[in-house]
Design a protein around this ligand. Structure first.
Ligand code: 3PG
Length: 306
């Protein structure tokens, strides 16, 4: 009997776990749950005798992968797979997958929740501003970017996007103006919503030089990864521009300094919350379970990322 470990330090909603269990039961597989663990060694131990693992932002590092004596597949129930050591997985012949698109709407809705809150001065009682007719720059037009665009249309925002990997024609067809450079995007838009992955090229790429191009009312919305931000540049921006606001799904490493100096100008979720809805948990969790069954039963590697 195949064993599938669900290792989530931030647990899925119970209804999603039930959904995962149902898929695995039907395939005759056993579900092993490791929820809300606090020590990485718990994950390392739990992976020892399982065939497959479902994770969220949990770190599938070299130690975890090497510990999986019969591990064949790791599925990140979500979009970003920067938490999987892909090289170590490949070296061990372990397939790594993600479940693209399954939690994107949840992330896009949070981006808007934080945007409205910033526009209203975080509900401080003073007059804020509206999103209608403001320029919104979508930095990377993937699954989340598309949902952000859809919601932004309802708010009456003017839409721009930059994504070197998506043809301009595709972006234009969705009623969005494609721009040719990241500099152009930041120069044009009061609001920029970040949807780039964290990798060697993007880490710390959102820096002062870029942010300072933003027009008055500059608000950066980060539901991507904290690693893509040059965190010293955030401090520089707050110091240089009294209009700058930063809302982020997860605090930067220099959150303490920012909290002490720039109160009322930022919001950080205490825990990554973008994908933390029942719907997103169900969609991503069940998709991950199905991908594992399809991998073992049919050799399906459609969502392989290594
Ligand atoms: C993702 O990459 O899918 C999101 O960042 C969600 O991450 P989470 O599953 O850890 O909430």
């Amino acid at each position: 009997m195949k064993k599938v470990l669900v290792a989530t330090d931030k647990p899925f909603a119970p209804v999603a776990v039930q959904g995962i269990k149902k898929v695995l039961d039907q395939a005759g597989y056993e579900l092993v749950l490791l929820e809300g663990y606090t020590a990485q060694s718990d994950f390392v131990n739990a992976v020892k005798d399982v065939d497959a693992v479902i994770i969220r932002s949990d770190k599938a590092d070299k130690e975890v992968l090497n510990s999986g004596n019969r591990l064949k597949i790791v599925v990140r129930a979500g979009a970003g797979y920067d938490n999987i050591d892909l090289q170590a997985a490949t070296e061990k012949g372990i397939v790594a997958m993600n479940t693209p698109g399954q939690n994107s709407n949840a992330v896009a809705e949070l981006a808007f929740g934080m945007m409205v809150s910033a526009a209203r001065g975080f509900y401080n009682g003073k007059s804020g501003s509206e999103l209608r007719d403001k320029n919104l720059g979508i930095h990377a037009y993937g699954n989340v970017g598309k949902y952000v665009a859809e919601i932004a249309k309802g708010f009456g925002m003017k839409l721009f996007a930059f994504d070197p990997f998506v043809p301009a024609e595709t972006i234009r067809k969705d009623g969005i103006e494609p721009l040719n450079s990241v500099e152009e995007l930041y120069s044009k838009c009061q609001y920029v919503s970040l949807h780039i992955p964290a990798n060697d090229k993007t880490k710390k790429s959102i820096n002062f030089e870029l942010l300072s191009k933003m027009p008055k009312g500059a608000t950066l919305v980060n539901t991507a990864r904290k690693e893509v931000i040059c965190e010293n540049s955030l401090v520089q921006m707050f110091e240089a521009r009294s209009d700058f606001r930063y809302v982020s799904d997860i605090a930067p490493d220099n959150a303490e300094e920012i909290s002490a100096k720039f109160s009322g100008k930022f919001f950080f979720t205490p825990k990554k919350m973008g994908a933390q809805t029942e719907e997103a948990n169900i969609n991503a969790g069940i998709a991950a379970a199905k991908q594992i069954v399809d991998f073992f039963e049919k050799g399906d590697i459609k969502f392989k990322v290594n």
